[in-house]
Design a protein around this ligand. Sequence first.
Ligand SMILES: C[S@@+](CC[C@H](N)C(=O)[O-])C[C@H]1O[C@@H](n2cnc3c(N)ncnc32)[C@H](O)[C@@H]1O
Length: 266
Amino acid sequence: MKPFLKWLGNKYAIIERIKATLPVGNRLIEPFVGSGSVFLNTDYQDYLLADINGDLIDLFTTVKEEGDSFIQYTKSFFQPEKNNAESYYKLRERFNSTKDNRLKSAIFLYLNKHGFNGLFRYNSKGKFNVAFGSYTKPYFPEEELKNFYNKAQTATFITSNFIETMEKAVPGDIIYCDPPYVALSDTANFTGYNASTFGEKEQNILVEIAEDLSKKGIPIIISNQDTAYTKKAYKKAEIIRFDVQRFISCNAATRNKVGEVIAVFK
Ligand SMILES: C[S@@+](CC[C@H](N)C(=O)[O-])C[C@H]1O[C@@H](n2cnc3c(N)ncnc32)[C@H](O)[C@@H]1O
């Protein structure tokens, strides 16, 4: 099942590789759920799905609770007359000022499909600031939303930092972590998710928690970019490496093959 959002770093293209590393268990915990491609393509009894992006979690919760009435409401934002810079910036402004959760969630999806590259970036004041994308006909993901709604009935969504989410794990759980990538160099430390950064300190804390929980019998699987840092940091884990074609820009000349790593702590 395809996620209904465009999401930086989404794992849909390598889902089979990830699935092959996930043990059986009662509940899957995803502390960095993003667009939910792992959730949508696995078959656990229960899910605890978390992300630090509260707007994303509010959207998931609204889809879960309202289903088709919310889907049809959101569809009304995907009209050709709303696909221009003026409408986009007006809706972006409403998104940043409204207190109405349902409206905010609908605009979130509109911004994801009409904004540049589906990016979700906030400025230091927490305001969404991605520019208009100028796409000919932004896709309304009706089927994908319906699939998400059906599957979401087995899930609990929480807005949370990964540390608090992982504290909730109990034996029988499996944890799949897909943190923002480790930067390849000091100048490339843009992760693009929100005003707070996810740096080496956070990557190290994640490894410490993974080592601790795996000693208690809770398996943790972490995806990341294959770098000198991850080679060292994941030394206590079983490692799976492979190449991924990553579309860094629309220009074929700058399509890069980047190494991907999956670390299994168990
Ligand atoms: C690589 S994406 C996950 C992609 C997801 N696996 C998918 O397939 O769409 C990383 C996610 O981590 C979230 N994130 C960043 N910092 C975080 C933190 N400190 N705690 C929890 N989530 C965080 C971002 O909002 C983003 O959605």
